[in-house]
Design a protein around this ligand. Sequence first.
Ligand code: CIR
Length: 261
Amino acid sequence: MLIAITRGVSPAIGNCELTHLERMAIDVQLAQAQHQQYEECLAALGCEVHRLPVEPDLPDSVFVEDVAIVVDELALITQPGADSRKPETISIAHALESYRKLFYIGAPGTVDGGDVLRVGKTIFVGLSSRSNPSAIEQMQSILQPYGYTVKGVQVNGCLHLKSAVTQVAEDTLLINPNWVDVRTFRDWNLIEADTLEPYASNALLIGETVVYPVSFPRTRQRLEAHGISVMTVDVSELAKAEGAVTCCSLIFSAIGPETQA
Ligand code: CIR
């Protein structure tokens, strides 16, 4: 069984962090309705959705992906790269402790979960404005004993590594070659996002279905042409906060910490 941890949209989302986007008014009610449809989509794909209470004072707290990295053996609570987001970790650690043994990234390390792409036993970590080499070293020492290889990847022009590349099938990645070096991912089949849709590389793979923003029809056609099954969601308001589909959930299989190594 898959668990999906989510959190409702904060009424303060209009004060979110922004790095590459101009601030635009966000319709909070519409954002909340879109987020609810996103959760319904996760449930339709077999996830048990565990929604955490809204954090009225934490504008970006809907983007739960950034504060933890969950693998079968453990969960890492991150040290988010933006100071305004550091308090988000407390409730996520509390929610995860019944599922996984917890480890913590400490200062001076910073890493956002949006920079972490796990493909099998390889964990790529974006070197971005949010994530740094100290966090990567800490991740290596925590994860290597469990057989994971952790690799830093330079990211340019976008917020996170997963703004630039995500997994869309077991052996296939969706990528924007302007933001990350495609040679890093030469061991996988690559589908390039349409150049008219630069933000189209963030897709959320659940089982064999990709949850995908309705706003990228050209890239969606490319995915479908490769035989990938796509379920669309409208996340236009969350996109104004520089969020996308992976960042609104933490999805993992339900194993208790007592059954872990
Ligand atoms: C931030 O800048 O931290 C938020 N406004 C957006 C975070 C999006 N997270 C993600 O893509 N993993």
